[in-house]
Design a protein around this ligand. Sequence first.
Ligand SMILES: [Mg+2]
Length: 243
Amino acid sequence: MPCKYLLLDLDGTLLPMDKEVFLRGYLRAMAARMASFAAPEDFVKYLLAATRAMVENLDPELTNAEVFRNDFFSRSGLPEKEIMAVFERFYHEDFPRLAALTGNTPLARALCLAALNQGIELVVATNPIFPLIAIEERLRWAGVGDLPFRLVTAYEAMHFCKPRPQYYREILDLLGAGPAECLMAGNDPGEDLVAGDLGIRTFLVTDHLIGRQGSDRRPDFTGRLSDLLAFITRRREAASGQQ
Ligand SMILES: [Mg+2]
């Protein structure tokens, strides 16, 4: 077995997207929903600052959601109860329409099924800056929403974000796994290859590669999503050939 756990990034890996295009559409839609509470440019400023606070937080006592709320509401002075209800409505009613800003590929489902078929457990290792509802929605867009993931890293439960090594450490702890049992696949060298710092093998998926300056980490494997599928499938054939 090539690995016991396959950790998969979502945005730009399982779900084809141009991150900048998606982010712009997401911020515009959310700011529009909040228009009666804050001017769009102010709202976006608060949201991005609170997101930065989440990414920078290293206090293991606080979930990402707690860090977000603490920063967002102290910074903006907006009424927490009302705004949280608007966030909720946004994710139920507006967020699903953002699917139009992403693509999809049958390879995502084929890859997940190939892994499951050989007993590999799947982890959605997406940056936990979103609530679970937004991640489950994007998993549906990617065509894998019904699959039995062992773990989906969402902001309600996680205490760290990419690119912190602590994020990957928390995944290992939640799985009760050692780094050698895992393979992390993602499209962002700056965020996804950090898993390698802990001894997790990494596969850089290049279909929607994010070019980042200053990332000197080298992946163990590089290729397109189809190559990752072949890698998993080949290993299955190799493994069954040994029996
Ligand atoms: Mg990504």
